[in-house]
Design a protein around this ligand. Structure first.
Ligand code: HEC
Length: 149
């Protein structure tokens, strides 16, 4: 292949790849942003009223989720916490809270996984990833379940 052909091929590649990558971007973009919007929306709908839109919490009533050390210390209990609520005194980042959190029994395992993944990857948090299956397994073993049924 001589130099001229090489150059022509290179130019062709450039000319073709720009619109193709643009098109790909347009196709993929709503998929990703759509997913994120849904998770944020779900968080805001079910948790944001108390824990704050940005997970900042509210005074000494609602503990923060942004930067909360409770999340990593009680990682595997979180699906049960969401489904069955929480009461009693807890400590989050050295501050105590003792308002009860209500149960949210209408959230299914896939929604709980989405919310936990959103919380675990927002506001600088770096928690684990939850799948619907993992959440389901944990929910089957929540403490106090026998009493509730
Ligand atoms: C009606 C208010 C309310 C709602 C709605 C609510 N929480 Fe809570 N949450 C609380 C309170 C109050 C506590 C502290 C409970 C205690 O002191 O025992 C708490 C504690 C927590 C904790 C442990 C402490 C911390 O800050 O890390 C997590 C995690 C949590 N909530 C996550 C959630 C998630 C996720 C949702 C939505 C699915 C949610 N909460 C919905 C009020 C609420």
């Amino acid at each position: 292949m001589n130099k001229a052909t090489k150059n022509r091929l290179l130019r062709l590649l450039l000319v073709v790849s720009i619109p193709v990558s643009g098109l790909l971007f347009i196709l993929i973009y709503p998929y990703f942003t759509g997913e994120k919007m849904t998770d944020r929306k779900r968080y805001e709908t079910y948790c944001g009223n108390c824990h704050g839109k940005e997970g900042q919490g509210f005074r000494d009533l609602y503990p923060p989720l942004a930067g909360s050390d409770y999340l990593s210390k009680h990682e595997t209990e979180l699906p049960c916490l969401i489904r069955h609520g929480l009461s009693g005194t807890i400590t989050v980042n050295g501050k105590t809270f003792d308002q009860p959190m209500p149960e949210l029994p209408f959230l299914n395992p896939s929604q709980i996984a989405d919310i936990l993944n959103f919380v675990n990857h927002s506001w600088g948090n770096h928690g684990r990833d939850w799948g619907e299956k993992d959440v389901n397994i944990v929910l089957g073993k929540c403490p106090g379940q026998a009493r509730r049924m």
